[in-house]
Design a protein around this ligand. Structure first.
Ligand code: ADP
Ligand code: ADP
Length: 223
């Protein structure tokens, strides 16, 4: 467990399918940081049939980003809650420079700042393989991969029968999501590098090895 004597805000950056969610679950367990995924938040709104969920779906289905104003409002409301005061691990946010600026301003208003942004570096070929095989458990939401991390047939919950594929992991949406990443999210690499807050890990290793590099990056900045 990382020793933390202060609040710590960490961003996981990387293209769709890089392994941000997989790593966030493990890292949150190892550090006690609250895992916040804006994709999961939108999908939960959708399951609950809220106006925000229905609006987000129109963008998500096309592989486009939900507009900054609604995304920023949702995220800032979430980090204002009590359980986020000890720090957060952001997964899938920010995805635009405007979102990054809004997060910086909100943290600075509470005398805080991003400790580090960890880029999970994975090639486009590997991304396509990962997204094409990604499935998740309809019952508990755990994420698997048909080949790289197969469902657990001995589990009554996460067996193959319970697996579903996200609509936006179908081939038509994947290509657009990679383009959207290159156009709108990749500029954040320079944004955080210029701020002296970028650390890069090699995402093309088994999940445990990626996780070890990630923890080392957090340890390097934890006070
Ligand atoms: P992945 O992990 O595959 O990138 P996410 O679950 O993070 O997918 O996001 C799924 C979709 O939700 C995105 O393609 C986008 O439509 C929407 N979304 C998630 N986070 C954001 C964000 N920060 N800004 C705008 N749209 C977002
Ligand atoms: P993201 O949140 O960045 O979109 P995920 O964590 O959902 O990425 O991972 C995308 C897919 O790749 C999932 O099917 C997951 O099981 C698989 N995956 C994640 N990390 C690795 C890895 N290091 N090696 C192989 N497959 C991986």
């Amino acid at each position: 467990m990382i020793q933390r004597d202060a609040t710590m805000y960490v961003i996981l950056l990387g293209p769709p399918g890089a392994g941000k969610g997989t790593q966030a679950v493990q890292t949150a367990a190892a550090t006690g940081l609250l895992h916040l995924s804006t994709g999961d938040m939108f999908r939960e709104h959708l399951r609950n049939g809220t106006d925000l969920g229905n609006l987000a779906k129109t963008y998500m289905d096309r592989g486009e980003l939900v507009p900054d104003d609604v995304t920023i409002r949702m995220l800032l409301e979430r980090i204002g809650r009590t359980d986020a005061q000890a720090g957060c691990l952001f997964d899938g946010f920010p995805r635009t420079v405007e979102q990054a600026r809004a997060l910086d301003e909100a943290l600075s208003a509470q005398n805080d700042e991003i400790a580090v942004t960890v880029l999970i570096d994975v090639s486009n070929e590997e991304i396509t393989r990962r997204l094409g095989g990604r499935v998740s458990c309809a019952a508990c939401g755990s994420v698997f991969h048909n080949i790289f991390n197969p469902p657990d047939e001995s589990s009554p919950c996460c067996d193959t029968v319970n697996m579903i594929q996200r609509d936006d992991d179908k081939p038509e949406a994947i290509a657009n999501r990679l383009q959207v990443y290159a156009d709108q999210t990749e500029p954040l690499v320079a944004y955080y590098r210029d701020a002296g807050k970028l650390s890069t890990v090699n995402g093309e290793q088994p999940p445990a090895a990626v996780g070890a590099e990630l923890l080392a990056a957090l340890e390097a900045v934890s006070g």
